[in-house]
Design a protein around this ligand. Sequence first.
Ligand code: PGA
Length: 254
Amino acid sequence: MVYMRKKMVAGNWKMHGSRCDAQSLLKAIKDASDTVMQTEIVVLPSFVHLQIAEDILGKSLVSWGAQNLYLGSSGAFTGEVSGPMLVDYGCHYVLVGHSERRILFHEDLSLVAAKFNAALQHGLHPILCVGETKDEREQGLTEVVIRAQLESVMQTVSASLFRQAVIAYEPVWAIGTGLTATPEEAETVHKFIRDYLMQYQVELANTVRILYGGSVKADNARELFAMPNIDGGLIGGASLKAESFLEICRAVPS
Ligand code: PGA
């Protein structure tokens, strides 16, 4: 059985850009998107720019999503945004467990798992981010950390439902630092993740897309995406300029 996993490149805009920046970036991505058919292109603007994404990308092949969500459908949770609100803005994807959420906003394993489930329950495709810090890597704990991050989610969801999700391996030490895991280092962890999922379901392990994130740029993307278990990238800084983002999308082997 040969499993095809369509490569994906997702741009995580974080807390960047004006309304005007969002408009021009989205237009440029949309205009070029039909020249990059081998890649599923996703943009993840901030909540306040989702309406612009829906307006501009509505009839295109580019999908959009959010960087976070809260639990439940509605309620007295000042400042939070729910899954149904995101669906209402045409979101397809939502990031869950990004290291900035885990570290800066103290999202623990159980909250990340609950958010993952909330996304699925409302018909969104969660992009579950996992990854070790520099200290953890130096102590040889990379696999222990990633296993715990995956396990806390796997304990709460069936393997079949998990197939709706995407995983992003993002070593924390590589995010926004200019340091990237070598293609071989990244591939080792991606393979570890796929092997770990095998024990739950072969179909899941073979079909789930595992993106690499952490200082991906046009000049290192090609080598990373050529690895057998790297199914694309989650791009921060380089997703804020249309040219560099599209260049990364084009680095996907056809
Ligand atoms: P970076 O961010 O590409 O700027 O390193 C990646 C991410 O945080 O998703």
